[in-house]
Design a protein around this ligand. Structure first.
Ligand SMILES: [Zn+2]
Length: 335
């Protein structure tokens, strides 16, 4: 059992047919975590669809109406780069509901993961780059409206710049945006985040991780969020078809660990989303996402100053009980 919840729904699959985006990966990640006994069925929580009112906290009424009625124009569909279907709309609404739920669970328990989401290319009035609506922005706005959080940070390590995130929060001091990405890649233009790290083609593990860590320190020196949303794309992987960086599987797991460690060190709860991943072999994309969950687990257990010696983190284990108690006290201290 994991010391945090995984948010998952069987209808997360975007039903894209033959497409470079392997949206069956959500199910495959869930199955891999269960099959390898990293997680148990009790770790899973099913989200509800985001309410339209939640989606409208970020997106325009006109755009939401087009999505609900299937009346996107051909040019809007071309920009979205995925086929339209009511099932796809439902999957995005579920993903947004999943990120809201993951945000809530992270606030309660310190960590949570939505096994979908990270649709960082969606803008208020249009979708693009496989992203119909911006689940993370919707979750932040919902949690702010609920007064569950005042501030948030989005740390985006997908190989592509988080253009939708940057645009949505551009003039909002309550949300700090951080994107580390390949400069010579989609999207163009790249609206400014609070921190943008434009990496050269082909950068490898050591250079990437040094830049990431250096700038995470700078980000947290400027801003202490109530909640961090992690957009942990699998596409900086060296075998990715839509990425041009050269990170290894090990480097990507260290990447995740660095983000989680900096957040935990400052008692900032983390909600994980998966974002992109287009490796030649879908198993590699799944492996990267599974490793993100394992990196989060290891940081959750390391907070006790103990070695991660096995996968025995059961719900009644004192380790997990004290973990939750510690997170509760940390949460009340930071609010
Ligand atoms: Zn990407």
């Amino acid at each position: 059992m994991l010391p945090f919840k995984l948010v998952y729904h069987d209808r997360y699959d975007l039903n894209l047919g033959a497409h470079v985006f392997p949206s069956q990966k959500y199910r495959l990640v869930k199955e891999a975590l269960l099959a390898r006994r990293h997680a148990e069925p009790l770790d899973l929580m099913a989200p509800e669809r985001a309410a339209d009112e939640d989606v409208l906290l970020v997106h325009t009424l006109e755009y939401v109406r087009k999505l609900k009625t299937g009346t996107l124009s051909p040019s809007e569909l071309m920009r979205l780069e995925i086929p339209y279907s009511p099932e796809t709309v439902e999957a995005f609404w579920l993903a947004a509901g999943g990120s809201i739920l993951a945000g809530r669970k992270a606030l309660e328990e310190g960590l949570a993961a939505n096994l979908s989401g990270g649709f960082h290319h969606a803008f208020p009035d249009h979708g693009e780059g496989f992203c119909m609506i911006h689940d993370v922005a919707i979750a932040i706005r919902r949690l702010q409206a609920d007064r569950a959080i005042r501030t948030a940070m989005v740390v985006d390590t997908d190989v592509h710049h988080g253009n939708g995130t940057a645009a949505i929060f551009r003039n909002d001091d309550s949300v700090f945006t951080f994107s580390i990405h390949q400069e010579n890649n989609y999207p163009l233009p790249k609206p400014p985040s609070n921190i943008d790290l434009n990496l050269p083609d082909g950068i490898g593990d050591e250079d990437y991780l040094a830049i990431l860590e250096n700038h995470l320190v700078k980000a947290f020196a400027q801003f202490h969020p109530d909640l961090l949303f992690y957009v942990g794309g699998a596409d900086p992987y060296r075998e990715d078809q839509l990425g041009g960086l050269a990170l290894t599987l090990e480097g990507l797991e260290r990447r995740d660990g660095i983000v989680f460690e900096h957040a935990r060190h400052r008692f900032v709860p983390v909600a994980i989303t998966l974002a992109g991943g287009y490796a030649r072999h879908v198993e590699d994309t799944v492996r990267v996402h599974v490793n993100t969950i394992l990196a989060a687990r290891d940081i959750a257990l390391e907070i006790h100053g103990v070695e991660v010696f096995c996968d025995c983190a059961r719900s009644l284990c004192p380790l997990v009980r004290s973990f939750r108690a510690r997170l509760d006290s940390a949460g009340s201290g930071s609010s």
